[in-house]
Design a protein around this ligand. Sequence first.
Ligand code: SAH
Length: 234
Amino acid sequence: MAKTIGLMGAMDEEIALLLERVENQETAVIAGIRFVKGSLHGKDVVVCKSGVGKVNAALAAQLLIDRFEAGAIWFTGVAGAVHPDLDVGDIVISSSCQQHDMDASPLGYPRGTVPYQEVSDFPADPVFIALAEEACTRLCRDHKYIVGRVLSGDQFIADRGFVSSVLYGEMEGACVEMEGAALAQVCGMNRVPFVVLRSISDKADGSADVNFAEFTKLAAQRSFEILNDMVQHL
Ligand code: SAH
């Protein structure tokens, strides 16, 4: 089992509750990203806020692996719904992560496929998926969870037509966000197991400007609760 677990979020709201609970904190700032080392439920962890988007997430993931010897990375955060059954507050556990904005289709590659690369849809670790499912079974009372494909791109998606035709219809995604596939690719290339947990903050349908800030706090808290339970039961 991994010695140190890297716990990552993209925004302050997503890691705030973790930082309240990590003991014996030591802080380091590298490339403008703050990493907080410490222990959570007796396990060695490093918490970081990557910032929004794929480049930030990739950088933070590689630093967690290289500088903090993270043997696993777990992401906690919020996402837009892609699967039609999902409502605000529901949970998605990544089965895999893929970039929806990687598009070399004029060259004959299906959307999401990185040219000349063996894997483009990076599978999450089955043990971590099971651990997350057990946590959801314990904690998801008035909301549901699904295990499914997390789609990532450097765009805030607010177009239900694009979601249903491309992200759900073509790419069979469960939710859409801006970091998961980047850290998944870094983890895949480094042979480091990962899982991404996302709670739904919006329906990716254009109403996000109205409800995003309001629901982000609740959704980030739900995702944190699952992750916290996973650390406890590891
Ligand atoms: N807090 C910022 C917005 C951050 S961008 C603001 O209010 O100005 C959105 C963040 O939430 C990203 O980290 C992304 O991973 C996630 N996210 C939630 N819903 C999303 C959606 N519909 N499309 C893309 N990313 C989404």
